[in-house]
Design a protein around this ligand. Structure first.
Ligand code: SF4
Ligand code: SF4
Length: 322
């Protein structure tokens, strides 16, 4: 039976189900310096950062990505697989460390989540389709008075434009697709390894480290990048970030989009054979040791049970009665 055939009485319908908005949807929202809630949203900041957010902010401060991450972010796990994420650092009272009395201290390079505060955005993919698209909904937090402003009619498209979100959405899109893909299909080989997590973190957030990696001998032993291509990627943070997306698809999902040195894995195995063999032996020895311990523990429990049984069976006399 289709759900459309069921009618839910109006007084039982939840106002919490978000109304999905498109780019043309009309909304009534305005945020400005003289509003009573000015800065309130930055005093309860829970800002998840995207790859492009970090590019913009590290450029704002003119620092290396590793230094940026250390100084301004905190790590967290984005899902049950432990996919690494980073959030904007706050003080002990959840106030964003970039907030000033005059407003946002990094306004022109503030993250996409801050720009979207009044609206919620979701990446959605219809069943059977490989294309995803953004949908929007009103994010009416109690503290936010922007929704109560008079004569503040605009559209979702205008809101995005005013907030400078078009470029953010363009660059965040593929990164969000990677995360969606991971959620819907999983990694190509079961639970992601520690190394996959390291790669995801480096190519998503720590781009200067990623740059050092792709210019290292370890990388060129496996992947073939033309000199001019490498130059283009390493001289521009956005190009580097986009290459990071391609690299993650290649490594995490087996989409072989980067040309590889012939028999690279075999050659690498030959070079590292002794180390790999040694690691394998250590792993086997650890596994066998664990099995032995488990066997001993099982035997010990059996013996204890036997002892208890023996005592109970042999105890028929009055002296055993309590
Ligand atoms: S980055 Fe700026 S806009 Fe975003 S929470 Fe911090 S102070 Fe507010
Ligand atoms: S709470 Fe809403 S209206 Fe107030 S400053 Fe933040 S985004 Fe603007």
């Amino acid at each position: 039976m289709s759900s459309e055939k069921i009618e839910i009485p109006e007084d039982m319908q939840s106002s919490l189900v978000p109304e999905i908005l498109s780019l043309d949807s009309k909304i009534n929202f305005r945020c400005h310096k003289n509003i009573s809630c000015y800065n309130q949203c930055c005093k309860q900041a829970d800002i998840t950062l995207t790859a492009y957010d970090i590019v913009r902010m590290k450029q704002h401060f003119g620092i290396d990505s590793s230094e940026f991450l250390k100084k301004y972010t905190v790590p967290f796990e984005m899902d049950s697989h432990g996919t690494p994420g980073v959030k904007m650092r706050t003080d002990d009272n959840s106030v964003c460390i970039h907030m000033t009395e005059e407003g946002c201290g990094i306004y022109e390079n503030r993250p996409s989540a801050c720009r979207y505060y009044g609206l919620g955005v979701m990446s959605r993919r219809d069943q059977g389709s490989s294309e995803d698209y953004y949908v929007y909904f009103r994010n009416k937090e109690d503290i936010c008075k922007g929704w109560d402003e008079e004569d503040a009619e605009t559209t979702v498209a205008e809101y995005r434009k005013d907030q400078g979100l078009e470029v953010y959405d363009e660059y965040n899109r593929e990164w969000m697709q990677l995360i969606l893909k991971k959620k819907s299909a999983g990694y190509s080989i079961g639970k992601p390894s520690e190394m996959s997590m390291q790669l995801f973190f480096m190519a998503s957030y720590d781009l200067d480290r990623f740059k050092r990696f792709i210019t290292s001998p370890a990388f060129s032993k496996v992947y073939l990048l033309k000199e001019e291509e490498l130059e283009k990627i390493t001289s521009n943070d956005v190009e580097l970030m986009i290459f990071g997306y391609i690299f993650m698809r290649h490594v995490l999902f087996g989409e072989e989009s980067i040309p590889m040195v012939e028999n690279a894995y075999e050659k690498r195995y030959e070079e590292r054979k002794e180390i790999i063999e040694m690691r394998r032996k250590v792993e086997i020895a650890e596994y066998e040791k664990k099995q032995e311990e488990l066997k001993r523990e099982a035997l010990r429990i059996d013996e204890e049970r036997l002892d208890d049984g023996h005592d109970a069976d042999s105890c028929h006399g009055d002296s055993c009665k309590t």
